[in-house]
Design a protein around this ligand. Structure first.
Ligand code: GLC
Length: 509
């Protein structure tokens, strides 16, 4: 109750003490009907801050929060309860009950935990046989583990009394939730109006299995074989694309790229056939989580208006990495998984030409051993100029995002990419190849944009724009303006969360 109503109430005489008959009967109050909230359930295999191995987790964490800010939506997220879920959150999870979940001939225990943050309810599916192991993926029985997870999702809806209007499944690990909905559950009255949308975060990972286990392991009747079959295998991503009302990818450019065999990892014809229900929505980042003016991991805090402390971050980073402290030497950074589609072959081809100039190079990441070995060796040969840290470390990554000048991301393909956005927000100017979300978030300096870009997957085209960037770096005023522009680019979810909301509403019309 606000103050005015409170005082007004106080001034109204007690109805029993004074009985006044009004001269005219009061008009009945107009009926206000509040539309019920649209119920959205995210099904995903990871979500920040609980457990993260990559960009997917960040998107689930920050998109759910952004949509939940809109009062028209009731947003919930469901995840497996992995052993590695961060302890500081886990201790506050509330056990709400357990059920048994059918999976073909199996009948498995499923505990359900609940946690709420930022208006989003999170549910965690507990089964120690499947999830009490280190990490999230990479086990021989991942197919069975995520089949159990997806089947549990469908069973839990009744237990928690939440039948969503939209079931939003992310990547192949959640694809079976959509498949179960359309092949088993939609024949039950409570499930019949649930719409499904499937988001592809990376088309490379499709969930492929032998057809022999369709019924025995996934519990899907052979009647539906053609829904999931592709290339004589079960392909869960293909199945989800076929059976969802809509599917999306994490940037508009990637949405058109995956129609092309160069990017589609075999699924281009499936994508083209279902193009009428495809859209691309660019990811955002959580502006509170990535904020150089408050980030505790940084050596010093700064902002677009007061950028001076970025120099402190650079100096401390150079000291920490054992590089000579040189304020005017540009630091080029890469923070990446060390896998081929990140464009590392281009870097290998020309990095020594870059290093012959007055620059410093810092790499942070893990991945394929050939790249790990290459960059370790590079750092050994260019001591005092190049540093390679073969690990994944969030605290260090933030120190690098803030302390570097240029951020190199020459991916061969990139569904969206978040690092170029984080780097820009920390005033580190991105140099990217124009693909997927990189093309949609970084625009070329020459055209008044916020970074540097090249279009062909070619090492010398990349070298050319690196040199262009180094040239602009030497022009102090221009560079400062560019840094400001990068920092002020809107990478928040504000626009993209609206696009998802419109997508949901359009499916319910
Ligand atoms: C995947 C993609 C990456 C994207 C992320 C979040 O990791 O490879 O480009 O940013 O998902 O959608």
């Amino acid at each position: 109750m606000n103050k005015t109503t409170e005082t007004k109430r106080k001034n109204i005489p007690d109805a029993e003490a004074v009985s006044v008959t009004p001269a005219v009967a009061p008009e009945p109050a107009p009926e206000v009907t509040v539309a019920p909230k649209k119920k959205i359930l995210f099904v995903a295999s990871e979500a920040a801050p609980f457990i993260a191995t990559g960009g997917l987790a960040e998107v689930i964490g920050s998109l759910s929060k952004a949509v939940a800010k809109d009062e028209r939506f009731d947003v919930r997220v469901i995840l497996p309860l992995y052993q590695d879920i961060r302890k500081e959150y886990r201790k506050d999870f509330r056990f709400i009950g357990n059920i048994f979940v059918p999976l073909s001939w199996r009948n498995q225990y499923c505990g359900i935990f609940e946690y709420e943050a930022n208006n989003v309810k999170f549910y965690f599916v507990d089964n120690e046989y499947y999830f009490k192991r280190p990490g999230c993926y990479g086990y021989y029985d991942d197919g069975e583990r995520f089949a159990f997870f997806c089947r549990s999702v469908m069973e839990i809806l009744g237990f928690i009394g939440f039948y969503p209007d939209v079931l939003h499944c992310h990547d192949w690990q959640a694809a079976l939730a959509a498949l179960y909905l359309k092949t088993i559950y939609c024949f039950r009255p409570e499930y019949q109006f649930i719409r499904a949308v499937f988001t592809i975060h990376n088309i490379e990972y499709q969930g492929k299995y032998s057809l022999d286990i369709l019924e025995d392991l996934f519990g899907i009747s052979y009647r539906y074989q053609n829904l999931v079959e592709f290339d004589r295998c079960i392909n869960l991503m293909k199945g989800a694309i076929e059976c969802c009302e809509r599917f999306s990818t994490v940037s508009p450019t990637y949405a058109s790229e995956i129609k092309d065999p160069y990017y589609a990892h075999g699924l281009d014809q499936i994508v083209r056939r279902n193009e009428f229900k495809l859209c691309g929505i660019l990811n955002g980042i959580d502006p509170d989580y990535y904020d150089p003016s408050t980030d505790k991991a940084l050596f010093a805090n700064y902002s677009a208006e007061y950028p001076a402390n970025k120099a402190v971050c650079k100096e401390e980073l150079q000291k920490m990495l054992g590089l000579p402290v040189k304020p005017d030497t540009p630091v080029i950074a890469m923070i990446s998984r060390l896998v081929s589609h990140k464009g590392l072959d281009l870097v290998k081809e020309v990095i020594e030409q870059v290093l012959r100039q007055d620059v410093q190079f810092v790499l942070l990441g893990t991945g394929d051993s050939t790249y790990e070995n290459y960059f370790t060796d590079l750092a050994r040969r260019y001591q005092g100029k190049a540093v390679s840290i073969i690990s994944f470390n969030s605290d260090l990554s933030r120190k690098i995002y803030s302390g570097a000048d240029l951020f190199l991301m020459p991916s061969k393909s990139e569904p969206c990419g978040l690092s170029q956005m984080i780097a820009s927000r920390y005033g580190t100017v991105a140099v990217v190849r124009e693909t997927g979300g990189l093309r949609d978030s970084i625009t070329p300096y020459g055209a008044g944009g916020n970074g540097f870009t090249f279009s062909n997957y070619d090492a010398y085209d990349m070298l050319y724009v690196i040199n262009e960037a180094l040239g602009v770096y030497r022009m102090k005023d221009e560079w400062q303006q560019l840094v400001k522009k990068a920092m002020e680019t809107d990478f928040t979810w504000s626009t993209s969360a609206k696009s998802y909301e419109e997508l949901y509403l359009s499916m319910l019309r």
